[in-house]
Design a protein around this ligand. Structure first.
Ligand code: GAP
Length: 480
């Protein structure tokens, strides 16, 4: 992993953004807990997504479906049969890798070395293998022919490629042996499909319309060593937009643009975002693209936008025996709607924001670490400091804190030098630091220090809420 990635992982722990789950017991692999700053960052992202998708669209409504669904759901969706990763083991180190990712890394190395022709040839073989009936065998052949070595040990001693199902299994009922086998949902989407009629009818929606949901998903990721990028328990923010057959590609194009615009509105630098077309379309999709972010570990998917046809509703109709057709009162016809899905990982979004915000510069002759979050995602919007504990300055600072609390998450801090207090807030990504000083006693004004420019404004106390609001919505980065 890159140095920057390691730095972000360790800052996340030190500052209470994200840390390993069950750490005192040695940690639970690929599961993470969010601390006081992390949970605020995550809540802000969720709120902004809901604001955009549900409150921002009269034709999208929300849902909160259960994690444990009827096991037939996963037969219908195809997850029981085909939710697999192609894995290969390095016999020398017993380390396990995803075969397709080993080949992708090899292609990247060839391109970096200027071996463009060979890179393209391997790429074409990879695409063919991913679409082949014998994916495992074909991926293995590429690894052998290209003599791809294990990244850790450098050995060239591989097992065959094998497919592993990623769903977590558990049992309902008192005794494991006799209870029904169920799965923890590997995506939130199926909760939306099975509730198509339950949601549409009371919400009085007509096609085209969407259902949005935020919730946990679980995947038994075998290769999971990339912090919150690849977890076994994670959160998704998904929206399925139901459309008339034949109109799906127009809606796909529209959602693709809208979703990219949302990432930019979170303050992410546009130069670090791009679209990536899928090398392999799922059997049910007629278009699919990812939005990728350039993480310190490379360009990786943060969101998928998929045109899923009528596959899911049709399959649920087949497996449940329930009619999933929709009667279109405008065109007076019956059909099973097609679906355009937008599916973004909440944890990957948080990681993207941390990576994008991380910066180092100089303040008062010292090096400082600063997280340049968009003010609307920053865990703490403003910090309030009394310059001194004398002459009632803390009381005024607490009054300001009480005034701001109904509007923003704010923090009061009177400990340490002003320099130390600023540094702590820079590392937390707090955009505004408000200082009550002795002049405040005479002029009812305070100093507001901007995190990014470190410039200071003198603002009347009764103007603070408006000032923070204006400077939050109008925020932009210089280094786009
Ligand atoms: N319903 C479609 C679906 O689940 P996906 O591409 O498998 O599509 C969607 O997942 C998003 O969920 C991804 O873009 C990613 O952000 C997030 N995601 C998937 N697996 C993840 C994992 N193991 N850890 C963290 N986030 C994950």
């Amino acid at each position: 992993m890159s140095d920057l990635f390691d730095t972000i992982v360790s800052l996340s722990k030190q500052r209470g953004f994200i840390f390993q789950s069950s750490e005192i017991y040695g940690g639970q692999a690929a599961t993470y807990d969010y601390g006081p700053l992390g949970v605020e960052l995550k809540r802000n992202v969720k709120a902004l997504w809901w604001q955009e998708m549900v409150y921002g669209h009269g034709d999208i409504v929300g849902l909160d479906a259960a994690i444990m669904m009827h096991p037939k759901t996963w037969e219908a969706s195809g997850h029981t049969e085909a939710f697999n990763d192609p894995l290969i083991d390095d016999k020398a180190s017993n380390h396990r890798y995803r075969a397709d990712e080993l080949i992708e890394d090899h292609i990247r190395d060839l391109r970096q070395d200027g071996e463009m022709e060979q890179a393209e040839a391997v790429y074409e073989r990879l695409v063919a293998a991913l679409n082949s009936d014998d994916m495992a065998g074909d991926l293995y052949d590429i690894i052998q022919d290209e003599e791809i070595r294990a990244p850790r040990s450098g050995a060239f001693d591989w097992t065959p490629v094998r497919q592993f199902n990623l769903m977590f299994e558990t049992h309902v009922g008192p005794v494991a042996e006799t209870g029904d086998r169920i799965f923890l949902r590997p995506e939130t989407a199926q909760g939306i499909f099975v509730n198509f009629h339950n949601v549409r009818e009371p919400a009085r929606q007509h096609v085209p319309f969407g259902i949005a949901q935020i919730g946990k998903a679980f995947r038994n990721e075998i290769v999971a060593r990339q912090f919150v990028f690849r977890m076994r328990e994670f959160e998704q923010m998904e929206m399925q937009y139901f459309v008339k057959p034949g109109e799906q590609l127009d809606f796909f194009a529209e959602w693709r643009e809208k979703r990219m615009a949302w990432h930019k509105r979170l303050g992410v630098r546009p130069s670090k975002l791009r679209f990536h077309e899928h090398e392999q379309l799922s059997h049910y999709a007629d278009a699919a693209e990812d939005i990728q972010y350039e993480y310190p570990i490379g360009w990786k998917e943060v969101e998928g936008i998929h045109s899923r046809t009528d596959y899911d509703l049709k399959r649920h109709q087949e497996y449940s025996g329930k009619n999933m057709t929709y009667y279109d009162p405008f065109d007076q016809e019956k059909y099973i709607p097609y679906v355009v899905e937008t599916s973004v990982g909440l944890d990957r979004t948080v990681l993207m924001l941390l990576c994008d915000a991380y910066d180092e510069d100089e303040a008062d002759g010292d090096e400082r670490t600063v997280l340049r979050f968009h003010p609307e995602v920053a865990p703490i919007r403003a910090a309030i400091f009394p310059l001194s504990k004398k002459k009632g300055l803390p009381d005024i600072a607490h009054e300001i804190e009480d005034d701001l609390r109904p509007h923003f998450n704010v923090m009061y801090d009177e400990r340490g030098s002003m320099g130390k207090r600023y540094r702590r807030m820079d590392e937390a990504g707090t955009p505004f630091c408000i200082t009550v000083d002795f002049e405040t006693l005479d002029d009812q004004q305070v100093t507001v220090r901007d995190r990014d420019s470190m410039e200071q404004d003198r603002i009347a106390i009764d103007q603070l809420t408006a000032y923070i609001n204006d400077h939050s919505t109008g925020w932009s980065r210089d280094d786009v």
